[in-house]
Design a protein around this ligand. Structure first.
Ligand SMILES: Nc1nc2c(ncn2[C@@H]2O[C@H](COP(=O)(O)OP(=O)(O)OP(=O)(O)O)[C@@H](O)[C@H]2O)c(=O)[nH]1
Ligand SMILES: [Mg+2]
Length: 323
């Protein structure tokens, strides 16, 4: 059998996916507690050459800080707005009123503290997935291409309507030969970000296949979808307008929210991730309210049929433990 770099790590890692997504604390010294620190990076990335999985994460020295404070610039007091109304998960100006009141009354259940939402980022090789995550999480940009091998992830902690909320952003490899490694990490996603290059129409055409693969491992009725055009800085306004037309069509077809970003200039990067955090949080709280409501006889949670997809999505959401 030929050697696939990173395969050893892949074999070790899957048992951790359960604990990582679990709302419960883990035994002292276990990896996931280390990972709960904001922006902890695993697998370790080599500083030159391609990004490689190099095995288990390092042991933290001395006492560990389980949860670092939320950065001031990660606090969301209002619902960030969509980029284009034609392709948005919903166009409400504010958070769902049930979510707002649940946050005010501290009734968000497992959302907050140990609840971590998994977000996977998929798309063709070199479309800019890693740069997008790095621009948001570290405010850096690398003009040299270093292929992601297997997967990598970043943790981002937010505070939404006063409630702590963490996103685990999984950066997957776009190269065909690493796809089988990356796809083992697709499971349990609450949001899927499908990235394409705004200057490469083939990468847009391939987004449906990326989505199909990601949905094999996830419940299509409970996952939020985002279609993101990257490298906006490389298009002229006329080229962009043409591409946007096609992208909006695809976004509507797959029921994804459309965004266009540039990791080089930072355009829309922060706005996009804030929107992902806000909508994922909102869906989580609605699902939590529905779950807790169902436990009280006579306290019926009703999701308004006039509400948009997101609200219906939350109502259909199954617990993570269900097959
Ligand atoms: N001009 C410009 N270049 C970008 C942008 N984003 C990424 N790039 C460049 O595109 C190349 C690929 O970026 P990556 O982020 O590594 O691509 P990727 O999608 O992670 O690739 P894989 O890991 O192989 O799947 C690099 O040379 C980046 O510098 C952008 O917004 N603008
Ligand atoms: Mg990459």
């Amino acid at each position: 059998m030929s050697h696939v770099p990173g395969l050893e790590s892949r074999r070790e890692a899957p048992p951790l996916l359960g604990p990582l997504l679990s709302p419960f604390p883990l035994p002292a010294g276990s990896w996931p507690r280390q990972m709960l620190r904001s922006n902890h990076r695993f697998p370790i990335t080599s500083s030159s050459g391609p990004r490689r999985l190099l095995g288990a994460p390092p042991k933290a020295a001395g006492k560990m800080n389980i949860l670092a404070p939320v950065r001031r610039d990660r606090v969301l007091a209002e619902l960030p707005q969509c980029l284009r109304k034609e392709a948005a998960l919903h166009v409400h100006k504010d958070f769902h009123p049930r979510v707002t009141s649940a946050c005010q009354e501290h009734r968000t259940g497992t959302v907050g503290r140990f609840k971590i939402s998994k977000v996977i980022v998929v798309g063709d090789l070199s479309v800019g997935k890693t740069c997008l995550i790095n621009r948001f999480c570290k405010d850096t940009f690398d003009k040299n291409y270093k292929a992601t091998i297997g997967v990598d992830f970043e943790m981002e902690r937010f505070e939404v309507l006063g409630v702590p909320f963490s996103l685990q952003l999984w950066d997957t490899a776009g190269q065909e030969r690493f796809k089988c490694i990356a796809s083992t990490y697709y499971r349990g996603a609450q949001a899927i970000i499908i990235v394409f290059n705004l200057n490469d129409v083939a990468s847009l055409e391939h987004t449906k296949q990326w989505l199909a693969d990601a949905l094999k491992e996830n419940d299509p009725s409970s996952v939020l979808l985002f279609l993101v055009g990257s490298k906006k800085d490389l298009s002229t306004p006329a080229q962009y307008a043409l591409m946007e037309k096609d992208a909006l069509k695809v976004a509507q077809e797959i029921k994804a929210e459309y965004w266009a970003v540039s990791s080089l200039t930072s355009e829309n990067v922060r706005e996009f991730f804030f929107r992902v955090a806000a909508l994922t949080f909102e869906a989580n709280v609605l699902a939590e309210l529905e779950k807790s409501g169902a436990r009280h006889i006579g306290d019926v949670v009703r999701i308004n049929s006039d509400d948009s997809n997101l609200y219906q999505t939350a109502s259909k959401k199954k617990p993570v433990c269900c097959p």
